[in-house]
Write a protein that binds this ligand. Sequence first.
Ligand SMILES: Cc1cc2nc3c(=O)[nH]c(=O)nc-3n(C[C@H](O)[C@H](O)[C@H](O)COP(=O)(O)OP(=O)(O)OC[C@H]3O[C@@H](n4cnc5c(N)ncnc54)[C@H](O)[C@@H]3O)c2cc1C
Length: 448
Amino acid sequence: MTANSRSLTECSALKSGFKESSYWVGDLLPPTVLPEDPLKSVDVAIVGSGYTGLNAAIETVRGGRSTLVLDAENPGWGCSTRNGGQVSTSIKPSLEKLTARVGEQRARAIRKEGETALSWIEERILREAIHCDFNRSGRFHAAHTPRHYEYLTRDADKLSKFENIESYAVSKDNQRQELGTDAYFGGVVFPRHASLDPAKYHRGLLEAAINSGAHITGNCAVQKIEKQPDGFVLSTIKGTVKARNVIVATNGYTSGLTPWQQRRVIPIGSYVIATEPLPTDLMDALFPKNRSVSDTCKVVYYYRPSPDRKRIIFGGRVSASETDPRISAPKLYADMCRIFPELSSYQISHSWSGNVAYTFDELAHIGCHDGIHYAMGYCGSGISMASYLGMRIGQKILGKAAGKTAFDDLPFTTRPFYRGNPWFLPATVAWYRWRDKMQCNRAMNQLN
Ligand SMILES: Cc1cc2nc3c(=O)[nH]c(=O)nc-3n(C[C@H](O)[C@H](O)[C@H](O)COP(=O)(O)OP(=O)(O)OC[C@H]3O[C@@H](n4cnc5c(N)ncnc54)[C@H](O)[C@@H]3O)c2cc1C
C-alpha cells in the first residue's frame, strides 16, 4: 500500500465507493457516438472542446463554415465538466484598477462585457433549450475578517453608484439568513449571479454543435500547427487536417503546441469535493437562500448546494504544489468542516481537480496571433466569459462586426523567463494561504 492510498483508506471523511472524478459527469448518459476520425479539410479547425471551442463552433458552423472541433481527450474533458458551476461576470479587476491601466472609457467597456456575458449565457441556454439547472439564485461573497467586510461594503456602494451593478451588504448579525455559519464577518450578495450544472451545460452545447453540423472528434491531440499560404495544416495523432482558420481554445491546458499563448497563461490546479447526500433540514439551515458562495481569502474557497439541494460542492486550493484529488480531498473536507462544523459527521463522495488559466493582468484575452485565433485566461471564472468570447471569436471568423469586444487589442503580456511552467506558484500559494489563515485566526480570536 502506498502512502497516498493509505491516507485515502484511513481517512474517515471518504465514503465507501468514493470516486476520484467530477460529480457532474456521474449521472450523464454517454454522448452521441462521435466520428472516430477528423475531416481532412475544413474551413475552421478548433483545438479544444470546452465552452470556448463549442460556442465558437456553433457560430461558425451556423454561419456556413465547415467546422471541426478536436480534443486530445473525450470532448469536455477539461475544466468545462469539472468546475464549480457558479456563473458570475468573470471580471476580476475593479473599475478603479482598470481605469488606472487603460483609462475610464475602456475600463467601463471591459467591465460591461462581464455583465453582457452573464446575460448572454442565460439567453444561449434558453435559446438552445439546454437543461442544465441554470438558476439565478445569487452569490454571497463572504468576508473572512471585519476589515474585508468594510472593503466589501465600500465596493458594493461603488458598484451601484458608478456601474449600476446590483449588490447589497449583509452584516454578520444577519449572515445566517444567507449562509448557516459564523465563520465569516458578513458579506455582499450579488443577486444576478447564477449557478448551473456544468457538465449538463457542456452536453447541451455539444449537442447544439453536432446538430448544427459541426464535426467533433475526441482523443485526437493536435501535435503541430503549420502556417501555409492558404491557411494551416494541423498534424494530429489521427492524421493531418487542412483548415482555412484555426482557433485555439485550450485555456488551462495550453501547451507547447502554441508557445506564444503558453507563455501568457498560468495553469493553476483547482480542487473540488462533493459531500454525500445530506438531510434536507441541514441543507435548509446551511443554504437558506440557495446561494453560491465565495469568500475574500486570497486563496479563495467557493461552494454551493448541488442543483437537487442534496449535497455541497466545495472547492478551493489546499496545497502549495499540485496534488492528487485523493490528497486534496481530506484537506478540503477539513476546511469545509471549519466553516460548517455540522458536516463533520458526514462524508464525501467525490473529489476531483482541473486546471484554470490565470493571466498576468487578471483579464481574459481574445485575439489573433500569427493568424491563429484564441480566447483564454479566464482566471478561474470562465463559465460565462469562455462561452461569450468563444461565440465572439466565431463571429470574428465570419467577419461580423458584432464579433468586436472591449478586450480586443489589449496587450497580452508575459514575464521574462516565463515559458508556461509556473515555478513561482508553490511559494506564492503557500504565502497567501498562510496569510489568509493568520487573518482568519486573528479575526476569530478578537471575537472571543
Ligand atoms: C475545479 C474548477 C472549478 C471552477 N469553477 C468555476 C466556477 O465555479 N465558475 C466559473 O465561471 N468558472 C469556473 N472554473 C473555470 C471554468 O471551468 C473555465 O474557465 C472554462 O471551463 C474554460 O473553458 P475552455 O473551453 O476555455 O477550456 P477547457 O474546458 O479546459 O477545455 C480545453 C480543452 O482543450 C483540450 N486540449 C488541450 N490541448 C490540446 C491539444 N493539443 N489537442 C487537442 N485538444 C487539446 C483539452 O483536452 C481540454 O478539453 C473552474 C475551473 C476548475 C478547474
